[in-house]
Design a protein around this ligand. Structure first.
Ligand code: SAH
Length: 279
């Protein structure tokens, strides 16, 4: 396919040269006044171009740098404990904004966002259900449903968000009907987040987990979704349903047993970090 393209570009450059020549030719027939006005508009155009080029270049560089910074923070969050992540952002809360700007950029390329599926799920159930959104980010869930939502994250950029490490929340035991983890099982100690969700959930409460698909792809180093479900089952849940129809993420709908007893020595599969692509 290359040669025809190469020839085509040659033709193009020849055509351009031709065009230039004919423009010069035609300018010979212009009056002095017309030539001067053409000259000044050319100068203006060049000035504009020289001004716009560096700024768009700088913008591109800035975007690239912040994209790199986002990926660095993202990797950090997937490879440390929740406690460490909490201290990391406490030292420099601005990093949280850098992370979320990059996260939103990545999400804008997804055909469907899992948080919207969870919003729809909540809308199809009673709005009297109390929700805990573990790792809420910009609290989109709370902003889109009528339910009482406890939004939890490492940093509180919105006053209603409870800032804490979600393995240790201030929520009361057996106080919520739905616990949500939407792309937030990030720390290496993720089982402790699910244990905390189990603590705050009422009997028969829901545990909804949306995670990046590659994290549950055993053919590519991801966890076996059945092993993961088995571990959650041992924690005291039944798997009500699983949605693997989406290209980007998987969704698990667990229900807490009425009389749950937590198994001992639950083996949890490792969830591999999700490294976002450079765009
Ligand atoms: N659920 C939101 C945001 C997902 S990004 C959405 O779907 O849009 C993942 C979020 O989980 C981040 O905001 C991150 O800060 C949060 N998070 C990760 N580990 C956490 C922890 N240990 N405690 C509280 N929040 C955590």
């Amino acid at each position: 396919m290359d040669p025809p393209l190469a020839t085509d570009s040659k033709h193009k450059s020849r055509r351009t040269k031709g065009k230039k020549r004919s423009r010069n030719c035609s300018s010979e027939t212009l009056s002095k006044k017309e030539r001067q006005s053409q000259l000044s508009s050319n100068l203006k155009r060049r000035k504009c171009e020289s001004q716009s080029k560096p700024s768009s270049f700088l913008e591109k560089m800035r975007a690239r740098l912040s994209g790199g910074h986002f990926r660095m923070i993202n990797e950090k969050l997937y490879t440390c404990s929740g406690e460490e992540a909490f201290d990391y952002f406490k030292d420099d809360p601005e990093l949280f904004n850098v992370y979320h700007t990059g996260y939103q950029e990545q999400m804008s390329h997804w055909p469907e966002q899992p948080v919207n599926i969870i919003v729809d799920w909540l809308k199809s159930h009673s709005s009297s259900l109390t929700v805990a959104d573990f790792g809420c980010g910009n609290a989109k869930l709370a902003r889109n449903v009528k339910n009482k939502v406890f939004s939890i994250d490492l940093v509180s950029t919105i006053p209603s968000v409870i800032s804490c490490d979600m393995s240790n929340t201030p929520l009361e035991s057996s106080s919520v009907d739905v616990a949500v983890f939407c792309l937030s099982l990030m720390g290496i100690n993720y089982p402790s987040y699910l244990q905390e969700a189990n603590r705050v959930l009422k009997p028969c409460g829901w545990l909804l987990i949306a995670e990046v698909r590659s994290r549950f792809d055993p053919n590519n180093g991801g966890a076996d979704p059945d092993k993961f479900s088995e571990s959650v089952r041992k924690l005291g849940f039944t798997l009500a349903s699983k949605d693997i129809t989406n290209k980007m993420f998987v969704l698990f709908y667990f229900k807490k047993k009425e009389k749950a007893s937590v198994g001992t020595n639950i083996e949890w599969p490792g969830l591999k970090p999700c490294m976002y692509k450079r765009r």
